[in-house]
Design a protein around this ligand. Sequence first.
Ligand code: NAP
Length: 465
Amino acid sequence: MSELGSEANPLQVAVVGSGPSGFYATEALLKSARAIKVDLIERLPAPFGLVRYGVAPDHPKLKEAILVYQVIARLPRFSFLGNVTVGRDVTVDELLGHYHAVVLTCGAEADRRLGIAGEDLAGSHTATEFVAWYNGHPDYRNRRFDLSADVAAIVGQGNVAADVARVLAKSVDELRNTDIAEHALEALAESRVREIHVIGRRGPAQARFTNKELKELAELSNCAAEVDPGSLELNAESRAELEAKANFISTKNVEILRDIASRAQGGKPRRLIFHFLKSPAKLTGPGRLQQLVLERNRLQGAAFQQVASATGQTETLACGLLFRSIGYSGIPVPGVPFDVKRGVIPTREGRVVDATDAPIRGLYAAGWIKRGPTGIIGTNRADSVASVKSLLADLPFFPQESRRGSEGLTPLLEQRRVRFVCYADWDAIDAEEVARGQPKGKPREKFTRVDEMLGCLERASQAHA
Ligand code: NAP
């Protein structure tokens, strides 16, 4: 028998999820010294996950990560299998029968919950839903957001909250030439939102925005940023936090906020107001959201460990629209252990572990489903490289006989009537999206339904017949 990882007996790996961590894991595998075949499996016909469906449409620079992924997709021994849902169309156990190893890179698709009364009232949404909707994600195509309220609130002060705030704050003309989904542009054109409140449970020194994102909010053309100078006063622990050199992002954030507080920005049609040390206590109706009751907090604990502690004082904000932007959470993959509390697949050095903390042979994870929703796109590269390093170290312990990889999987999918999509199919969908965008001055007009994507492939194959 030929050595595993040789030309005659390549290591067969299935990577599940084609977002950043999936592509970086693929790259690390294909660039290793071994002969490795990678099948990148994705539940949608379109690849790129968070970069396509999470990055804000007005941040095209961040989407340039796709240029790197396109190069990875052209490496020898790479295949894309889109429109295949692992856990429904094929099980993880079946994958482990066809491949030597499986790397789960399926990201964090759900949201954390606030756990307060009224959270599910009409008008209260998760940021994930809104982000996926304006980015044309097929799962969210039929969502409706009633933008007829004057006042919107966003809970959370991370970069996702900043994205949501910007999309609500910008005029349609500022978004028109981006790849924002047409249905979202039409709805935003009718938006009556005039006030956007961005609410943090801790203080200005603990806001999680990065500087560029916060500065963008401070400099919007059609929306005046405001913050009460009193809310920027810092306790001794927060001042100590800002003195730490490594905490330069927070130091700069506080400078930006002080700058916002020092200047009046009148004459703009919309206002964006930052609040600190306030937690949502309940959302009230009747019927749909009308009021957000906020509880004031104080910080407790040592520097860098400060937590928000309720004071019992409340205030009420009349608002008809609310987005909870308090962090993503992973969702379980059927047949794979899951840490419900942390919303991740439990791992040790990238190896998926069972309830006894023992590694499950051949099963790995990388990216947000492994470490939780932290860091920027590039952070996932090192994370995927680390998981692949563990996988390659385990090579001697894998079954050494050859596995069929896609040659075993695709007949199974055909038998189950799964219309899987290869990378050439994606190229055709991509070209059509770009062509649809051109007359509108957009980089692309995305297909927002799976049927439309498959229909596009049908037309392309008929044209070539
Ligand atoms: P995040 O940065 O972790 O921010 C979550 C926010 O929610 C924090 O302000 C957090 O406050 C707050 N929060 C959590 N639980 C809460 C609760 N129960 N009540 C009230 N507030 C609560 O998460 P994110 O904004 O979802 O972003 C995820 C990752 O993607 C981040 O690493 C982010 O930088 C990245 N991202 C980057 C970009 C970009 O580069 N442009 C764009 C989007 C996202 P505490 O600090 O008190 O926990």
